[in-house]
Design a protein around this ligand. Structure first.
Ligand SMILES: [Zn+2]
Ligand SMILES: [Zn+2]
Length: 347
């Protein structure tokens, strides 16, 4: 089968590799859609902080957002058969340690991440192998495109954990990439009265209105903090979801946040940050939390996708055939301005 391996910065190759086997409790999944993530790009360029820390090592078979169809099932697989449409968790637990036996997979001592940290072979490949415990059936109502959006949605989902939103609340999302767009979609689903997306490209920002945002601010043209204060009668936002990875956006978030508000960071900055004002955070009893997804999010967010009449598919800006997939990385500049979620199609 064909798969892409990154051998070092700017050195990704599509190669023939051996097809995985359906042994034990493993399924072999024919990949149908793979979403391109900013993390994939940072692995390709070598800029990912996880490469510097040694947690992602070259060569790396990357890719972690996908949906597919079951091709073959191992002898111990109970609940799936060939032809089932599926999506999966973005990690693989060992299945035998004490934590795994309690189904506390996030505490597994040898957990692997699909296509990233402690890499389980990823989904820029014609076939994936996954243990049954991490595989889910894609509901009939959802397309394969939506199936491949479940993984990024499961990351955005963490930004809302422990938050209750109502009609009087304002949610501001920094960043108009897929994670930001999905955060705006979730904010509206959870009942926020006002959802504002802040970004730097008006064409992309207009798509946010299609998935539930009430308004957007192009912060190349307008002072976003001042505008947020104006739109919230001087109170600030109750929840800010920072998905841009820009240090200035994090600084601005602290100034645009209401008292007792929360900033959820769903982004990597790829280096340590200086000069972040902490005293206003303390004085305003505000909080900052990190959000990176965990076990159970995928099936929870799939259920929201199934129930929510507002479709997420407007976040897909491109469809590219797998054979041309390397172009997305090698000529990133050609896609940069328009891309939100690039979807790789297999045949
Ligand atoms: Zn991703
Ligand atoms: Zn384990």
């Amino acid at each position: 089968m064909k798969a892409i391996t990154v051998y070092g910065p700017y050195d990704a190759r599509m190669e023939d590799v051996s097809k995985p086997k359906a042994t034990g409790d493993m399924l072999v999944i024919k990949v149908k859609r793979t979403g391109v993530c900013a993390t994939d790009h940072s692995i390709y360029t070598g800029e990912s902080s996880f490469i510097r820390s040694g947690e992602i090592k070259f060569p790396c078979r990357f890719g972690h957002e996908y949906s597919g169809v079951v091709e073959a099932v191992g002898p111990e697989v109970k609940n799936f058969k060939p032809g089932d449409r599926v999506y999966t968790e973005n990690f693989v637990s060992c299945g035998i340690c004490d934590a795994c036996r309690r189904k506390d997979y996030m505490s597994c001592s040898t957990i692997l991440s699909v296509g990233t940290v402690n890499c389980w072979d990823g989904c820029y490949a014609e076939y994936m192998q996954m243990p049954e415990r991490h595989v889910y059936r894609l509901p009939d109502e959802l397309s394969l495109d939506e199936g491949a959006l479940i993984e990024p949605a499961s990351i955005s989902y963490d930004a809302f954990k422990g938050v209750t939103l109502s009609e009087k609340d304002t949610v501001v999302v920094y960043g108009s990439g897929a994670i930001g767009m999905i955060a705006a979609w979730l904010a509206k689903y959870y009942g926020a009265g006002q959802v504002i997306v802040v970004g730097r490209n008006t064409e992309k920002l207009e798509r946010a209105l299609l998935i539930g945002a009430d308004s957007f601010i192009n912060n190349k043209e307008v002072d976003a903090t001042a505008k947020i204060m104006e739109l919230t009668a001087g109170k600030g936002a109750n929840l800010i979801v920072e998905t841009s990875g820009a240090v200035q956006a994090l600084r601005d978030s602290l100034n645009a946040l209401a008292k007792y508000g929360r900033i959820s960071i769903v982004s990597f900055y790829e280096h340590n940050l200086d000069d972040i004002p902490i005293d206003p955070l303390v004085l305003g009893c505000k909080s900052i939390v990190g959000a990176a997804g965990c076990f159970g999010n995928a099936s929870a967010v799939c259920e929201i996708m199934r129930k929510n009449p507002v479709k997420l598919t407007p976040v897909i800006s491109h469809h590219i055939p797998f054979e041309k997939c390397l172009d997305v990385f090698e000529n990133e500049k050609a896609y940069h301005n328009e891309k939100i979620k690039i979807m790789i199609d297999f045949e």
